[in-house]
Structure formats: C-alpha cells, structure tokens
Design a protein around this ligand. Sequence first.
Ligand code: HEC
Length: 207
Amino acid sequence: MFTNKTKSLLLSGVIALSITSCADKHNNQGTEFAPNMYHSVGYEPLSQSEGDTNHINPYGMNMRLPVKGTVPRRYYGQQAKTDSIDGDLLEMDLISRNIKAGDMASSEKLLTNPFEPTEVNLEAGKLQYERFCQHCHGEAGKGNGLVAKLYKGVPIYSSDALKNLNDGHIYHTITHGKGRMWAHGSQMSSSDRWKIVLYVHQLQQAP
Ligand code: HEC
C-alpha cells in the first residue's frame, strides 16, 4: 500500500513529533523581551512605597491627590465633614448631627444659618444650587428643571406651602432628603449646604 519512501517519511514524522512532545518545556515561554513590562511592581495606592519612594508623583506618593473641586462621596446617609473647627458653623454641625433623619421638627427649632446673606455668600450658594438643585428645581426655583419633566412632584419654592420654610427645615431637607427628594448630606460640606439655604430663601421671595 505505502511505498518505502512514504513509510520512512511517516516514521521520521512520528519520531520528530514524539521528541518535541516529550520535551520537558511545557511551561517555558522562551526568552522574555523587556520582562518588566510583564511583571510590574505593585504599588499600594494609599501609601508611599518604602525605601525607594515614588519619583514620579509629588511627595513620593503612590496615588495622587484628587483633582481640586472633586465632589466627595460617602456612604449614603453619612454626612460630609464639617469644614470648621470652631464658631457657629461647628456648633450647628454638632447639633444637626444629633438630629435623626425623621426629626424635621428639631431641625426647624434648633438650627439657624451660621452664615449672613452677604453678596459673597449668596453668590457661593447660587453656584452650589446650580450644581446640585437646579436640574430639578429650576433656575428660579419654580419646580421646572429639565429633570423635573420626568421626575414629577418637584414643588415651587415661592408657593404658599413653601415660601415660609425656615433655615432648619431647608437644611434638613438638603441633608436628609424628604419624600421623593434624595439626601445630599453626603455630597456637600455643611457650609455649602448652609449657603444654598441662603439662596433658596431668596428664591422663596421671588415673584
Ligand atoms: C432629583 C430631583 C431633585 C433634586 C436634585 C433636588 N430636589 Fe428638592 N425636591 C425634589 C422633590 C421631588 C421634592 C418634593 C419632595 C416631596 O415632598 O415628596 C423636593 C422638595 C424640596 C423642598 C421642599 C421640602 C418640603 O418640606 O416640602 C426643598 C426646600 C428642596 N427640595 C430643596 C432642594 C435643594 C436646596 C436641592 C439642592 C441641594 C434640592 N432640593 C435638590 C426634587 C429634587
């Protein structure tokens, strides 16, 4: 059936195959070119590498500081840190942190705005309002932001029901949310929340 030539060809093929397949080199990938591209040094993100500090980032840090203006995220329900070490703001923070999310009445009674409605503070409040509230509540607080078209039930600040809401009530609403409105206490410092309150008071009086 097979000629001698074919037989010897087949035989040498089988031999060659058995030699290569028996070689004890299954896991050897051969010579690696630029091995440090495959085997990188692991840096712990929240520490400085010991001894040989990171020469690329400032202060030898392995992870860079967040970009200026980064919005802090915390667990839902947890309040952002106070940005004061003394004074009225800290006092209000301490009181507010002891008021439970369901206790609007205590906020209304015990909390007053530690910031005066100066031009600078109102301007700062407006900026935060534009970032966090306007898409629902609308530019003038008339409940007609773009999101409100789909997310129904956004009220009008200057309506009879809302025009007299006091400092504590508004601050509590921002911090813990109310009804269909979500809590914002984890996303904004307390001073930003208080400055928004100043600005919302202005919108309550808007015709
Ligand atoms: C996702 C949309 C949305 C965002 C964002 C939002 N709100 Fe609201 N807000 C609502 C809705 C809806 C209600 C009505 C809540 C209810 O009574 O169910 C409401 C109610 C309120 C009320 C009235 C509370 C009351 O006692 O009736 C105030 C004051 C208020 N929001 C302020 C703010 C401020 C300030 C911000 C920004 C920090 C903000 N809201 C962000 C949707 C939103």
